[in-house]
Design a protein around this ligand. Structure first.
Ligand SMILES: [Zn+2]
Ligand SMILES: [Zn+2]
Length: 206
């Protein structure tokens, strides 16, 4: 058994829980992709990116995550009409979880939302160190070692975990979708202009 963690936006208005968290039950990755950077910058939360522009993300089974307070302040943006749903708190722009539709069941939560794991040492203890850094092609400055090419062991681990959650019925209840896979909270697709203005400057728009 892992431990239960509190999820909370930076200002404390949105609150929830993550159940049974341990290094073996979650998948931790530092994502350096331009879209994650664009999302953080659009929210005005570049403070959550590491010096390379990376987002420290913990992937969990959907049914491990729930919200019990401030749910009227949950919304999502998508960078494009087919892009992932990037959920956040409208009160203080804290990322609360990246998802696709529930048919691919996972929730990727940026570390800041775990109230007790904002401290890096504590984060390593609770989630284990990151399994990989990915999309180093889009890193700010020198990409972390191994981040620019496909990390096959990490990819296989991710596939194994997500399909384990799917086959194990762990998509439901989902913190952001109802049983007909409709979003529970407002979703908005960024305009081309909004997306372009939040794109990291070191990478050409595209
Ligand atoms: Zn807040
Ligand atoms: Zn990313």
């Amino acid at each position: 058994m892992g431990r239960d963690l509190e999820i909370e936006c930076t200002c404390g208005a949105v609150h929830g829980r993550a159940r049974d968290v341990s290094p073996d039950s979650v998948n931790r990755v530092v994502c350096l992709c331009a879209d994650c950077q664009t999302f953080a910058r659009h929210l005005g939360r570049a403070d959550l990116l590491d010096p390379n522009g990376g987002s420290d993300i913990i992937q969990l089974a959907p049914n491990a995550v729930s919200f019990d307070r401030g749910t009227d302040k949950i919304a999502a943006i998508r960078l494009g009409p087919k892009g992932p749903f990037r959920w956040y708190s409208t009160c203080c722009n804290t990322p609360l979880g990246n998802t696709t539709k529930p048919s691919l069941p996972f929730v990727g939560i940026v570390y800041e939302a775990f109230r007790d794991a904002r401290d890096p040492a504590r984060r390593d203890e609770v989630f284990g160190p990151p399994r990989a850094s990915i999309w180093g092609q889009n890193a700010v400055g020198e990409p972390p070692p191994g981040s620019t090419k496909m990390n096959v062991p990490f990819l296989l681990r991710t596939i194994r975990m997500i399909f384990g959650w799917k086959l194990g019925g762990r998509a439901w209840p989902h913190p952001f979708f109802d049983r007909s896979s409709e979003p529970l909270y407002p979703v908005r697709v960024l305009t081309r202009e909004e997306r372009a203005s939040a794109r990291p400057a070191h990478r050409a728009a595209g």
